[in-house]
Write a protein that binds this ligand. Structure first.
Ligand SMILES: O=C[C@H](O)COP(=O)(O)O
Length: 252
């Protein structure tokens, strides 16, 4: 039985005060850590505040990107060791916005995934197809290739520690959601790719999230699907109430 994950990706939203106020609104909620991994992936500057606030709670704090090197002359970058030092536990890698606007490639995603694992950070590796690729029937081959390249050289144990987020690019922030059946079908194709390349144990342990306009109104039907183990949520994770509703949906 795979434990569901609800990961909020705040993207480039919220000041430190807004992050504190979000935390104040969720602090008294009961989140059963045996039933769900609730994660908030915040901008770098908000991480120390959130890590401190979350001490003793069952909410994990994550970053949205990292550099693959430990240190060096990489102006403006943050390394996995720096994230670990701050107390972060998760990191989003290869989000489609980073692939689109910051030239992330499958190769850099692979390097970052390996680096994250070496610092005992849990990578949330994002994959997904464009509308054009979906319309030409290439969704499963595109996504399977992205997963295969992201996981290249990983041991079975490392794959088990990784989380994949399937996010069709055309569904992100658009209000358009893949149907639960479509999401499940692609998540199944991802699991089969991992089965072929990394074996049965890795494939059955791997948690695969769906992302793209997930809201409290559509989370339940997604969670009912065999291969969907939770969600990576943008817009609906910015409000404490809807974030908690998404988390609560896993505990029913
Ligand atoms: O990382 C989250 C995804 O990009 C989904 O964003 P969204 O829930 O606003 O569509």
């Amino acid at each position: 039985m795979r434990k569901p994950v609800i990961a909020g990706n705040w993207k480039m939203f919220k000041t430190i005060n807004e992050a504190k106020s979000f935390w104040d609104s969720i602090a008294s909620a009961t989140i059963d850590a045996s039933k769900v991994d609730a994660v908030i992936c915040a901008p770098y500057l908000q991480l120390p505040t959130l890590v401190e606030a979350s001490q003793g709670s069952s909410v994990h704090i994550g970053a949205q990107n990292m550099h693959e090197e430990q240190e060096g002359a990489f102006t403006g970058e943050i390394s996995g060791s720096m994230l670990k030092d701050v107390g972060v536990s998760h990191v989003v890698i290869g989000h489609s916005e980073r692939r689109q606007y910051f030239n992330e490639t499958d190769e850099s995603v692979n390097k970052k995934t390996k680096a994250a694992l070496s610092y005992e950070l849990t990578p949330i590796v994002c994959v997904g197809e464009t509308l054009e690729q979906r319309e030409s029937g290439d969704t499963e081959s595109v996504v399977s290739k992205q997963v295969a390249e992201a996981f290249e050289g990983l041991t079975e144990e490392q794959v088990e520690k990784t989380i994949v987020a399937y996010e069709p690019i055309w569904a992100i922030g658009t209000g358009k959601t893949a149907t639960a059946d479509d999401a499940d079908q692609v998540c199944q194709a991802i699991r089969e790719t991992v089965l072929d390349l990394h074996g049965e144990e890795a494939a059955s342990a791997l948690r695969i999230l769906y992302g793209g306009s997930v809201k409290p109104t559509n989370i339940e039907e997604l969670l009912e699907k065999e291969h969907v183990d939770g969600a990576l949520v943008g817009g609906a994770s910015l409000e404490a109430e809807s974030f908690l509703q998404l988390v609560e949906a896993t505990q029913k």
